[in-house]
Design a protein around this ligand. Structure first.
Ligand SMILES: NC(=O)N[C@@H](CC(=O)O)C(=O)O
Ligand SMILES: [Zn+2]
Ligand SMILES: [Zn+2]
Length: 352
């Protein structure tokens, strides 16, 4: 009889990082930050506050507010990003990077997503900033969707690659770029074809849901995020990229909390709140693909390598047991925030 090793029930890995996270501000920040700090060592924090985090001084002040919102004794390092506008000052960006205040710049095409109206309309206007970033090795994080209303919402990432990303790669080839929350086979293929200076983050939810989850049996606002989930073949391409070990793909949860009141209305906000359940969900996804051993590359090694940071020395352990039910929502002083429901039972838990 062929010998089959028993399925593992414990998994120890270097403490993961989250390379794309929304922590918000004020009451929401205080409510959600502990959930990321519990499971992750560091996170690239998105700057799409109202008003956005544009300058080094604003990033530094926001970092102080995040640190103040962490539980006593938490060892969690917020890595800050600057929101790129058409009047961003290249000198301020360079200073923020070289002094360690900001790790990356975030480009939102104006109008593409939550709080992106102050973003970029014309890439030529930010060319001096991008060239300076290329010189100093500062990464650019992209929300990769075109905003052209003529382009079908499910095609906006693919159109972005053709219309924006390819020309940008040609014009500023030394710029290090992260295609954030990649959702398509097209995105995966593009990144995989780039020999250098290019990576992509993959979210928790895009590994789990396809577009049916948003609409099957009724409209389900808690599965609505941007970029919107695509068809099943794209989800499979994302899983393949995540489990491949290819160092260009790493975890960026895009955990994006909105109150239920903001989600459940005629024009509800985009975003899934995944921080409290990401690691158990990822363990299920990697186990189902029989690649549990690669979870550490995806969640703990590939990201720091791209950002030029050492991987975390601390370890965490996940254990597998009877299915458990995460809380349906967390309370905040602004009202409850629904926790992402993967739609399958969770057997894995982070120990401690
Ligand atoms: N992903 C989302 O659906 N929403 C994000 C914005 C973003 O990452 O595009 C948010 O800030 O709510
Ligand atoms: Zn985005
Ligand atoms: Zn995001």
């Amino acid at each position: 009889m062929p010998h089959r090793a028993p399925a593992p029930t414990r998994l120890t890995l270097r403490r993961p990082d989250d390379w794309h996270l929304h922590l918000r501000d004020g009451a929401m920040l205080r409510a959600v930050a502990p959930h990321s700090a519990r499971d992750f060592a560091r996170a690239i924090v998105m700057p799409n506050l109202v008003p956005p985090v544009v300058t080094g001084a604003q990033a530094s002040a926001y970092r102080d507010r995040i640190r103040a919102a962490l539980p006593e004794g938490a060892r969690f390092e917020p890595l800050m990003t600057l929101y790129l506008t058409e009047s961003t000052d290249p000198d301020d960006v360079a200073r923020a990077f070289l002094s360690g205040v900001a790790q990356a710049v975030k480009l939102y095409p104006a109008g593409a997503t939550t709080n992106s109206h102050a973003g970029v309309r014309d890439l030529d206007r930010v060319r001096p900033v991008l060239e300076r970033m290329a010189e100093i090795g500062m990464p650019l994080c992209l929300h990769g969707e075109v905003t052209d209303p003529q382009v079908d919402i499910f095609d906006r990432e693919a159109a972005f690659i053709d219309r924006v990303l390819k020309p940008l790669r040609r014009r500023v080839p030394d710029l290090r770029i992260v295609l954030e929350h990649v959702t398509t086979q097209d995105g995966v293929d593009f990144v995989r074809d780039q020999p250098r200076n290019m990576a992509a983050t993959i979210t928790t939810h895009h590994l789990v849901i396809n577009r049916n989850a948003i609409l099957a049996g009724g409209i389900r606002p808690h599965y609505y995020c941007l970029p919107v989930a695509k068809r099943e073949s794209h989800r499979i391409a994302l899983v393949q990229a995540a489990i491949s070990g290819d160092e260009r793909f790493f975890l960026g949860t895009d955990s994006a909390p909105h109150t239920d009141a903001a989600k459940l209305q005629p024009c509800g906000c985009a975003g899934c709140f995944t921080a409290p359940v990401t690691l158990p969900i990822l363990a299920e996804v990697f186990e189902a693909a029989e690649e549990l051993d690669r979870l550490e590359s995806f969640a703990s090694l590939n990201g720091p390598r791209f950002y030029g940071l050492p991987p975390n020395e601390e370890r965490i352990t996940l254990t597998k047991g009877e299915p458990w039910t995460p809380p349906a929502s967390i309370p905040t002083d602004d009202g409850p925030v629904t926790v992402f429901d993967p739609g399958f039972p969770l057997h894995w838990r982070v120990e401690g």
